[in-house]
Design a protein around this ligand. Structure first.
Ligand code: CAA
Length: 259
C-alpha cells in the first residue's frame, strides 16, 4: 500500500511492524487523511501473519500535537457530526494485535488520545502528555475523557482535562498512564524490544488475552465514547470554539465569552 502521511516498515524486527507518523512540520497533527492511512495500515497488518505486534511512533519532537485544528476550525456542529472524523478511530480500536505507542515530545489532544488507544505506552524522558482542548473552546473528542479517567482516576483526569495542563513522562508514569520512561535515544528501541518480547509469545493466546483485558477496560466505554463525541461535535456551534481555534492559528491568546 502507498501512504503519504505515515511510513510503514513491516520488518523493523522479526514479526514486529512500525508505523511512523510523518507530518513533521505540523507536529504530526492528525488530519483525516493521516488517520485514514493509519486505519488502512493497521487493518492490513492485522491480516498479515508475518506481523504479530505493532509499534506506532512519531518523531523526537512530537508523537502528535492533536487533531488538526486548521482542518476543523471553521466547521459547524452539524458538519462535525456528518463528517464524523472519529469514526476512523473505532476501526483502529478494533485492531486485534497488540499496539505499543513509542512517544517522544508532544502527545497532546488527539495525540494523547491515540497513545491511550494503544495497548501500552513507552515514553522518552522528553514526552509531554496532555488534553489542551479546553483552551480551544472544546473538549477531548477521541476518547480522552473516557480512557484517561479509566487510566489515572477521576480527580487527576478532571484536573488535566479542565486545565489543559501538560504532564511530564515521569508524572505520567507515576499516575499509571504509561508503561516506562527511558532516555530519548532509547525510546523507540525500548518499544521495539517490548514488542519483540510479546511477538515471541503464542499469537492466539496473545490475541485472546488482549481481547479479555480490553473487555475489563471497555465495559460502558462505548457508551462513554459516543457521549463524549456528541458533546465535542456540539461545541462547534459555540463562538468560543471559533475564537479558540482562530486564536491558535493567529498565534494570540483567545478571548472567551461563554457563547
Ligand atoms: N493542528 C494543526 N496544526 C498544528 C497543531 C494542531 N493540533 N499543532 C501544531 N500545529 C502546527 C502549528 O500551527 C505550526 O504550524 P505553522 O508553522 O504553519 O504555524 C506547526 O505545527 C509547529 O507548531 P508551533 O509553531 O506551535 O510549535 P511550538 O513548538 O511553538 O509549540 C505546541 C508546540 C505547544 C504543541 C503547539 O503547537 C500547540 O499548542 N499545538 C496545539 C495543541 C492542541 O491544542 N492540541 C489539541 C487539538 S484538538 C484535538 O486534538 C481534539 C481531539 O480530541 C481529537
Amino acid at each position: 500500500m502507498k501512504f503519504e502521511l505515515i511510513k510503514v516498515n513491516t520488518k523493523i524486527a522479526p514479526q514486529v511492524a512500525l508505523i511512523e507518523l510523518n507530518r513533521p512540520k505540523e507536529l504530526n497533527a492528525l488530519n483525516q487523511q493521516l488517520m485514514g492511512e493509519m486505519r488502512d495500515a493497521l487493518a492490513e497488518m492485522d491480516q498479515d501473519d508475518k506481523v504479530r505486534v505493532i509499534v506506532i511512533t512519531g518523531n523526537e519532537k512530537a508523537f502528535a500535537a492533536g487533531a488538526d485544528i486548521k482542518q476543523m476550525a471553521e466547521r459547524s456542529a452539524i458538519e462535525m457530526d456528518r463528517i464524523d472524523q472519529f469514526s476512523t478511530w473505532d476501526q483502529i480500536n478494533k485492531t486485534k494485535k497488540p499496539i505499543i505507542a513509542a512517544v517522544s515530545g508532544f502527545a497532546l489532544g488527539g495525540g494523547c488520545e491515540l497513545s491511550m488507544l494503544c495497548d501500552m505506552i513507552v515514553a522518552s524522558e522528553t514526552a509531554k502528555f496532555g488534553q489542551p482542548e479546553i483552551k480551544l473552546g472544546v473538549m477531548p473528542g477521541a476518547g480522552g475523557t473516557q480512557r484517561m479517567t479509566r487510566a489515572i482516576g477521576k480527580a487527576r483526569a478532571m484536573e488535566l482535562i479542565l486545565t489543559g495542563d501538560m504532564i511530564s513522562a515521569d508524572e505520567a508514569l507515576k499516575m499509571g498512564l504509561i508503561n516506562k520512561v527511558v532516555p530519548v535515544e532509547l525510546y523507540l528501541q525500548e518499544a521495539i524490544n517490548l514488542a519483540s518480547k510479546i511477538a515471541a509469545m503464542p499469537p492466539i493466546a496473545v490475541k485472546m488475552a488482549k481481547e479479555a483485558v480490553k473487555k475489563a477496560h471497555n465495559s460502558l466505554l462505548d457508551d462513554g465514547l459516543m457521549f463524549e463525541r456528541k458533546n465535542f461535535y456540539l461545541l462547534f456551534n459555540s463562538e468560543d470554539q471559533k475564537e479558540g481555534m482562530k486564536a491558535f492559528m493567529e498565534k494570540r491568546p483567545a478571548e472567551f465569552k461563554g457563547k
